[in-house]
Design a protein around this ligand. Structure first.
Ligand code: COA
Length: 187
């Protein structure tokens, strides 16, 4: 079981992909993925650009050592080019809880990539981080993401009404979660 402080960055693979530790030099390619208007549509509003991404990766890397969670860069197996990122963040080792997040570059959409990645992410969370609860906060209009989560067994819990201020005004946030007892994956 992983316990903070994390000294070796954990990585894992699936049939087609590897989840690797981010590096600051990835910021440019990752910003290009995140800043695409279709990709950014339902993501939390915030500054765009390479500098912002470098700051985000720095925060994530420093936070991972302190046991605040992990962000991985998604690459094709045997390759190193970032195609997107997945994360288990806001980790509370006391409450055995974390949030799941994922952003894929558009070329990967609609090919069942999250269908392949989600079981591995959940296994990492429940089996390696020892989580009891994994949750997700998402824009309820993000039907693709909601489908990814409900398909994996996440249960709908709440809608936080107009709790997020963005370029379109205030938007809602849906909260869904999966508990270790509900997880159907290999223990
Ligand atoms: C959300 C996202 C991760 C989906 O990844 P993906 O690999 O395309 O997902 P999958 O192909 O595994 O499954 C998507 C499911 O949603 C469905 N779907 C996709 N687009 C849809 C849409 N616009 N409306 C309804 N359903 C949709 C697909 O049919 C599929 O359903 P299925 O299980 O019945 O086949 C990807 O679109 C993405 O990275 N978006 C931008 C970032 C983002 O919004 N991240 C989530 C933040 S909470």
């Amino acid at each position: 079981m992983l316990t903070p402080p994390i000294t070796t960055y954990p990585e894992f693979e699936t049939e087609r992909f590897r989840m690797r530790q981010p590096r600051l030099e990835d910021a440019e390619l990752l910003a290009a993925i995140y800043d695409h208007p279709e990709v950014a549509r339902y993501l939390l509003p915030g500054a765009s650009g390479v500098q912002r991404m470098r700051e985000k990766l720095t925060r994530d890397l420093e936070g991972s050592i302190r046991g605040e969670g992990f962000r991985w860069l998604l690459c094709a197996r045997g390759e190193d080019v970032p195609l997107g990122s997945v994360a288990l963040f806001n980790w509370s080792s006391r409450d055995r809880r974390a949030e799941v997040g994922y952003v894929l570059g558009m070329p990967l959409w609609g090919q069942g990539v999250m269908k392949e990645l989600m079981p591995a992410l959940l296994h990492f969370g429940f089996a390696r981080m020892g989580l009891h609860r994994i949750e997700a906060h998402l824009d309820p209009r993000n039907t693709a993401s909601m489908r990814v989560l409900t398909r994996a067994g996440f249960q709908h819990e709440a809608v936080l009404r107009e709790n997020c201020a963005g370029p379109e005004g205030f938007t809602d946030t849906a909260v869904v979660s999966l508990l270790e007892g509900e997880w159907k994956g290999p223990k």
